[in-house]
Ligand binder design. Structure first.
Ligand SMILES: Nc1ncnc2c1ncn2[C@@H]1O[C@H](COP(=O)(O)OP(=O)(O)OP(=O)(O)O)[C@@H](O)[C@H]1O
Length: 243
């Protein structure tokens, strides 16, 4: 069964169509790279699929549950938003424990879940430190741990490596691969970094002006665009190869 099924989804803001007739499906363990120039509709797509926004048209389902049931969808997804804020005075462990309690776990269970997740994202040794002392990369990994607290079927990560140095980027990508391989979750990853997509995504979606310009494996997209690099494919499919 598909974990995520999107059928002719659209979102309009007045005259502007931010997402236009978007359809795709995903399965367990897929890492989907959501690409597109600024304003292409990536964040709007993530907001629709995480039930923050209501679609203007079309439909979607997570693990067979219709997007018409946002409360049920939210039980089955995890999200790292574009710019997540964190309570700097809390420790990473306290922050995750609280998140686990919000999902109904008892005190002991919440503590165990927090420690397990902190270890999973490589923050075990800093579990007891205040978040204000974390680097940007560490905060992003904490945000990913937060997104996993309810054992989600689909995890949405909006530009998780933005502003990170190469080592920080690599740590995030390794974490994302673990989420897909060991948990079998589907990961939807929005990014502007094409090398990341080439490294870890088994599916690429290229959006432009809200429309899907290409979908498939990196090899499929190269073939469709008649190019040998994902960068060239991106530029030719999105009309961004202007001088
Ligand atoms: N609340 C809003 N009201 C009106 N228009 C909006 C709103 N949010 C987004 N848009 C418009 O919808 C389009 C898609 O925006 P979106 O933020 O989804 O793009 P994006 O691909 O995530 O861009 P970026 O790479 O810059 O983050 C843009 O034209 C944007 O101006």
């Amino acid at each position: 069964m598909s974990t995520l099924e999107v059928v002719r989804l659209s979102k309009r803001y007045g005259e502007r169509t931010a997402v236009d007739d978007l359809s795709f499906t995903a399965r367990q363990g897929d890492i989907i790279g959501l690409l597109g120039p600024n304003g292409a509709g990536k964040t709007t797509t993530i907001r629709l699929l995480t039930t923050i926004l209501r679609p203007s048209g079309g439909s979607f389902a997570v693990a067979g549950i219709s997007g018409d049931h946002p409360a049920q969808i939210r039980q089955r997804i995890g999200v790292l938003p574009e710019s997540a804020g964190y309570p700097g005075r809390q420790t990473g462990r306290d922050y995750l424990r609280y998140a686990a309690r919000l999902f109904g776990r008892d005190r002991r269970d919440a503590g165990a879940a927090a420690d397990r997740l902190l270890a999973e994202v490589g923050l075990g040794e800093r579990a007891g430190s205040r978040i204000s002392t974390y680097s940007r990369g560490m905060r992003q990994r904490l945000g990913i741990a937060r997104a996993l607290i309810n054992e989600p079927v689909v995890v949405f990560l909006d530009e998780p490596t933005l502003g990170l140095d190469p080592a920080g980027q690599r740590e995030i990508l390794a974490t994302v691969e673990l989420i897909a391989q060991q948990r079998g979750a589907t990961v939807v990853l929005s990014t502007h970094t094409l090398t990341e997509v080439e490294q870890i995504c088994n599916t690429v979606l290229i959006l432009d002006h809200g429309r899907l310009r290409a979908a498939g494996s990196v090899a499929d997209v190269l073939t469709a665009a008649g190019t040998t690099s994902l960068g060239d494919a991106f530029l030719s499919l999105t009309g961004e190869n202007r001088p």
